[in-house]
Design a protein around this ligand. Structure first.
Ligand SMILES: NC(=O)c1ccc[n+]([C@@H]2O[C@H](COP(=O)([O-])OP(=O)(O)OC[C@H]3O[C@@H](n4cnc5c(N)ncnc54)[C@H](OP(=O)(O)O)[C@@H]3O)[C@@H](O)[C@H]2O)c1
Length: 326
């Protein structure tokens, strides 16, 4: 997990030489997606000298980002670092911004561990990926973690390394085993919701702080959680870990994208990354479209889980070089 040593991380670190103004523009667009009216036609965007979002025709020379059939894209002439930044985060701005969108992330070792056996995960990935996590928090409406992560890391789940708002923090703790005294419920940095089994909700709980869910398949019903969050205006969800939690969202078929950042480190026996149901044959394995981004020494794999991607439908005869890796 990412939260314990913020002083080790440079706030400017990121994928490539990004322009600060492009990041501010992405933040303004995230705000528009949350509270405003998303354009239903091609359009350009830039920021005014005072930092306000300005819409322009898509072809206007002032536009730094454009919106159209291909989604959000950098305007012609943007520097490579800015282009990478827009490429990485553009899937958070889908055509229908009213639909819920769940994106998960795991930072793992080469041997697919997200923490040591004792639960230490500070840090699996490098500082550039930690900044990426903070950016994801800033662009999403809510960040979601499992009880195991709160237990091991006592995370803050804020955006303190980047400019941008803190998301609503959501802890999935079906049996309420996490102490209500832990920081995330008390530090006041952002609103925090506890998600537990409906039969663990008490009369003293406020609707503002606790969501009770029906139990399903040895867990909690995640589609019901998505609906409850959407009802509260929380549509873009960032599932930040750990492995058990992300695996449940993925197995439930609720993830639109999955970020797996692989760090050049070997952990050995430790906490597992993804754990998915077994496949009987390679031909039936999930082989989604993906993009690859370099973050310092790490590689971030961005999987598109929005469609049906049976592996047999993939052409395999022409190996292709990864995109966007510098
Ligand atoms: N490298 C990374 O990217 C990263 C990210 C986050 C955390 N971590 C590390 O990973 C470890 C924690 O990960 P983990 O996989 O062991 O645990 P986890 O995913 O954080 O939490 C799992 C627990 O959360 C509850 N839970 C989550 N989703 C649920 C659902 N749909 N239904 C019911 N219960 C649900 C369950 O609690 P109960 O056990 O009470 O049933 C479950 O056992 C820590 O060591 C942490 O430091 C690493």
């Amino acid at each position: 997990m990412s939260d314990r040593k913020p002083s080790d991380i440079q706030a400017d670190d990121g994928p490539g030489d990004i322009g600060v103004s492009i990041w501010l523009l992405l933040l303004a667009l995230a705000d528009l997606r949350r509270h405003g009216t998303w354009p239903d036609r091609a359009m350009g965007f830039c920021l005014s000298a005072g930092g306000a979002l300005v819409t322009t025709p898509a072809t206007d020379s002032r536009a730094r980002l454009t919106w159209g059939a291909e989604g959000l894209a950098p305007a012609q002439g943007e520097l490579p670092g800015s282009r990478d930044l827009v490429d990485l985060y553009s899937p958070l701005f889908p055509a229908n911004t009213a639909d819920p969108l769940a994106v998960a992330h795991l930072g793992q070792s080469i041997d697919a561990r997200i923490a040591t056996q004792s639960g230490d995960s500070c840090f699996v990935t490098g500082p550039e990926n930690i900044v990426h996590l903070h950016r994801m928090r800033a662009l999403c409406d809510a960040v979601i973690v499992g009880a195991g992560t709160v237990d091991a890391d006592n995370p803050r789940l804020t955006t303190r390394l980047v400019q941008g708002p803190n998301p609503v923090r959501i802890v999935i703790d079906p049996e309420r085993r996490i102490s209500p005294e832990v920081g995330v419920f008390n530090d006041g940095a952002a609103c925090t919701l506890l998600v537990c089994a409906a039969d663990r909700v008490t009369a003293r709980d406020s609707d503002q702080a606790v969501i009770g869910l029906p139990r399903r398949n040895h867990g909690l019903c995640l589609p019901t959680l998505m609906s409850a969050l959407q009802h509260r205006g929380l549509r873009n969800l960032f599932i930040e870990g750990g492995g058990v939690t992300v695996s449940r969202w993925m197995t439930a078929g609720l993830l639109k994208r999955l970020h797996v950042t692989v760090a050049p480190v070997f952990i050995g026996e430790g906490r597992a990354s993804l754990g998915l149901p077994p496949a009987t044959a390679m031909a039936s394995c999930l082989r989604p479209d993906c993009r690859v981004f370099r973050l310092g020494k790490d590689l971030l794999w961005d999987f598109d889980l929005s469609g049906d991607h049976p592996s047999e439908s993939k052409p395999t005869s022409q190996p292709q070089g990864p995109r966007r890796v510098c």
